[in-house]
Design a protein around this ligand. Sequence first.
Ligand code: 1Q0
Length: 215
Amino acid sequence: SVTAEEQKFCLKEVLDTFKLCLTENKEVYLEHYVAGWRGLVKFLNSLGSIFGFISKDAVNKIQILVTYLNGENGSQYVTVQSMVKYELDNELVDITRRGSHPESGCRTLLRLHRALRWLELFLERLRTSSEDSKTSVMCAEAYNESLAKHHPWVIRKAAGMAFCVLPGRPAFFEVMNVSPPEQVVPMLGEAIPLISEVYQVTEGLYAQHNLLDLP
Ligand code: 1Q0
């Protein structure tokens, strides 16, 4: 059915979305950033319900940002740069501890931003891996180098358990829905620099405004 087709993950589609993310002067379009995450969540959902607690959190954060984008101040949320400026200028961000703005665009995007680093590290491992490499190990290594330092013990534990049931590399490549499958590695080679650039631009912006530790 049409709905099933819409739900199906396609690596090419996600790649195209990240291509659209950067403006000419290297700002990040929130709309495409969020669309990129939507595509990744599709992938996650196709791996089974054990990843539900992760995809639920991602969907929740995507939804928060979409609500801003479609809200009355949506024009302030066109790029991550304009969002940061707007929310800071109007004191809409809890800077040192959680207060009256627990769901600011800035802190919400920061969570996805940290996850994007995980994605970059994981995809790079996938790209350079051999046929018999374990996705669970690549995923855990990428996680430990990135997101893990921002997560409490109980989440790290749950994530670690979920990684253990990741399908093997061949099945994983199949879910990526690239044909022929030999195209996966070159396609990753194309995707990773794009994802990396979006990450670097956002990281620079957040660093410049001291926003990297938002509660
Ligand atoms: C393929 C396996 C996917 C594994 C995903 C690794 C990330 C594990 C993260 C565990 C998150 C647990 C849920 C809750 C966390 C929140 O506490 C935390 C902080 O937020 P807050 O509000 O409590 O301060 N949230 C986060 O850190 C955000 C986590 C978002 C993770 C989104 C993951 C989306 C996954 C995509 C699958 C990508 C597959 C890659 C291959 C596709 C090829 C392009």
